[in-house]
Design a protein around this ligand. Structure first.
Ligand code: ADP
Ligand code: MG
Length: 705
């Protein structure tokens, strides 16, 4: 089937061209101004926009509208309202007012609030984020107008991921503007954040998926012996894509294009059955909304192809997990990427200042970046010899080394410090540590030409999480730099002051630069020597969120209040405990009802075989059956003991009060008991006949799609 991408791209989006076409000129102008300046829309104009939006949606077959938001569950939420307005004569009008567009009410008590709000305080509001366009969600049985919104409690506390994200973008805008003004830019009005989120995922056959309770309940396998072949042949990465998967991708892309999501790149990933999709980058909040839609659409479309899309960070032990590369850059509204090395020394100076700022931000707030990439699933990935290590470091790479070298050469013309003229004087900058050449895939935070790529982020996460932190920590460093520059400029020449600031910053934070193999043991030791934190798991990462330093940072830039931070930490602990709890229960269930009975059945058939042979009196050797029986019996015993232990520990965890202590107990005690149960069960899988094993194997799941 041929597709004309131009015909479908953005067809379900109430975007700029639709607004231009449909809105009266003055309303369109006001709407544009509101989007650009983040100003409030006049109620009358809001009514006009709402009316046109409704008419447009009705033409597309929509029956309902919803304020679409991102509560702290990590997924999106929607409550549908029909456009109907019944009349006395039994007919109905179709209505949608400006008020309904701008503000909605959602029952806040049913979403996680981390103690921010008592259960009786139920009121919560959703507020239109007019900078992210409304769209129509079409599924086989429904057509809904979705309005991207932020979600706050009655008292105005953020109860979602969107609100702090927008606040952090604002903070960065403000501070980055101060810097570019100092560099002489008088025309730009805003600095915005661009994000490109590469999404990894697995596809497995739906029928096989439905035979595994672990996948159904937890999204990852909790048992499973390694297949004879894993990813060691490296034959999947970028490999030819099978027809069934291509059919899925084709459909998936079309659905995304209709939503105006610029799905661009697709390929097979490292692990068998693993794939990646990357849309073209967009403004941070839009990219965040789009990534939620990418995840949602992948799951929905997979179903239509008899597949299941696994987004969990580690669906299969021993096989690469999934992440989400968060590509990040900052750009003026005039289209200048501030992380672009540029051509003239003057611009390079500004660029170097931003690079230095990033170095300092990442070094000083490594713990916050670490917590921003923490999920229960990501614990199995970070530092586990595949994805980036749990230690945060930064890779600048050839390009930047090269740039510095070039500037050293070119600099001769400008280097002679003469009064007013700025001299980049790069020669006197300390050298960046030059470890690796080439691209470095093991670095968690890599400069890739004109953007940074934060690679720790988990595949299930909202990209709001890492970007809230990234935007805020960079805003903080820029604000400090702007303060210093402004103060020093009173009696010193800007170029000199700036040069010194860059030099001092780079020197002070050189330890964060690392270009070697991030997976090696040596790096762990080296990082320790450098004093870089190595935070191994989610429960150890969470406290950073509420440290005095963090509260000061987020409050200063009005991104989070202390209460909001505390509530988010609580939700993270809760989420961790609940996740592990469900995993433990799923394991217990599978072990008890499937693995133990199947093993006993097989054991019985072996015993029957031995008896039958003995009864023939033929003296035929049954030692193989006997040694198999013995191995099975030993493992079964170990497994059963481990099962009893896990039941006990899980029951104990359940009685504990929610919070840090409980989450740590789940991590330290329950997870260990889960591992102890898994090991003998996986050995049994290798001993019991395939046809008697009650669940599809890893081989079935990852090689049979
Ligand atoms: P790489 O090969 O380094 O991963 P790609 O060009 O494939 O780079 O881009 C990966 C992702 O980064 C894509 O989503 C892309 O749109 C995004 N990206 C490219 N340039 C930028 C930028 N300046 N800012 C943010 N994201 C970007
Ligand atoms: Mg990439």
């Amino acid at each position: 089937m041929k597709t004309d991408i131009r015909a479908i791209f953005g067809e379900n989006v109430f975007n700029d061209s639709v607004m231009k076409q449909r809105l009266p000129k003055s309303a369109y102008k006001e709407m544009k101004a509101a989007i650009e300046a983040g100003a409030d829309l006049d109620p009358e104009v809001a009514d006009i926009v709402a009316h046109e939006m409704k008419e447009w949606a009705l033409e597309k077959g929509a029956t309902h509208f919803t304020h679409w938001f991102q509560p702290l569950t990590g997924i999106t939420a929607e409550k549908h309202d029909a456009f109907i307005d019944p009349q006395k004569d039994g007919s109905t009008l179709l209505r949608f007012s400006g008020k309904e567009l701008i503000r909605g009410e959602a029952d806040a008590s049913s979403f996680p609030s981390g103690g921010l709000r008592a259960t009786f305080e139920a009121r919560g509001y959703t507020a239109w984020d007019c900078t992210s366009p409304a769209f129509i969600k079409e599924t086989p049985h429904s057509t809904i107008l979705c309005i991207p919104t932020a979600f706050c409690s009655y008292k105005g506390e953020a109860m979602d991921k969107k609100t702090p994200l927008l606040r952090s973008m604002q903070a960065l805008d403000k501070q980055a503007m101060r810097i570019i003004r100092l560099f002489g830019n008088t025309t730009a009005k805003h600095v915005t954040v661009s994000v490109g989120a590469e999404q990894e995922y697995f596809l497995v056959d739906k029928d096989l998926f439905l035979k595994r309770k672990d996948l159904i309940f937890t999204g990852r396998t909790l048992f499973g012996a390694m297949p004879p072949k894993g990813q060691e042949m490296d034959d999947h990465y970028f490999g030819a894509i099978p027809d069934r998967i291509l059919a899925f991708m084709d459909h998936f892309n079309k659905e995304l294009w209709k939503l105006g999501i610029a799905a661009k790149t697709q390929h097979n990933e490292v692990a068998p059955a693993q794939h990646e999709i990357a849309p073209i980058y967009d403004q941070n909040n839009i990219a965040t909304d789009h990534n939620q839609l990418v995840m949602e659409t992948a799951q929905r479309v997979a179903e239509e192809h008899g597949l299941k899309c696994l987004l969990n960070e580690k669906p299969f032990a021993g096989i690469n997990g999934s992440g989400k590369h968060n590509n990040w850059s900052i750009c003026t509204d005039e289209g200048k990427n501030l992380l672009d090395p540029g051509k003239t020394p003057h611009q390079n100076m500004q660029f170097l200042l931003f690079i230095a700022a990033l170095m300092r931000a990442v070094d000083e707030y490594a713990d916050l970046l670490r917590v921003s990439a923490s999920t229960p699933g990501n614990d199995h990935r970070l530092g586990a010899n595949e994805a980036p290590p749990a230690i945060i470091s930064m890779f600048l790479g050839e390009q930047l080394d090269d740039l510095i070298a070039q500037m050293e050469e070119d600099g001769t013309a400008t280097r002679s410090i003469k009064g007013e003229e700025y001299v980049s004087g790069v020669q006197s900058l300390p050298h960046f540590r030059k470890d690796a050449t080439d691209r470095n895939r093991t670095s968690p935070f890599a400069f890739t030409g004109n953007k940074f790529e934060f690679r720790m982020v988990g595949s299930t996460q909202s990209v709001a999480d890492p970007n809230i932190v990234l935007n805020t920590i960079v805003a903080e460093v820029l604000s400090d730099m702007a303060d210093r520059l402004e103060a020093a400029m009173a009696d010193q020449e800007f170029g000199l002051v700036c040069h010194k600031l860059i030099k001092d910053t780079i020197k002070a934070h050189q330890r964060i630069i690392f270009g070697g193999d991030g997976y090696s043991e040596d790096w762990i030791k080296e990082a320790e020597r450098r004093g870089l934190p190595n935070i191994k798991c989610m429960v150890d990462a969470i406290p950073a969120l509420t440290s005095a330093k963090s509260v000061k940072l987020f409050e200063k830039h009005s991104v989070f209040t202390e209460a909001e931070l505390i509530s988010r930490a609580e939700i993270m602990y809760e989420n961790y405990s609940k996740t592990i709890h469900i995993e433990a229960l799923a394991m217990i269930d599978m072990a008890k009802k499937q693995i133990v009975p199947a093993t006993i059945k097989y054991q019985t058939s072996l015993a029957d075989s031995i008896n039958t042979i003995h009864m023939t009196g033929s003296g035929i050797d049954t030692s193989v059956q006997e040694s198999l029986m013995k191995a099975i019996s030993e493992n079964l015993k170990t497994m059963y003991d481990a099962l009893r232990k896990l039941e006990k520990k899980t029951a104990a965890a359940e009685t504990m009060e929610e919070g840090q202590v409980q989450a740590c107990y789940y991590h330290d005690v329950v997870c260990e008991a889960m591992d102890a149960l898994r090991a003998p069960a996986d050995r049994l899988e290798m001993l019991v006949a395939k046809e008697d094993w009650p669940i599809p194997s890893y081989g079935d799941l990852i090689f049979e799609v």
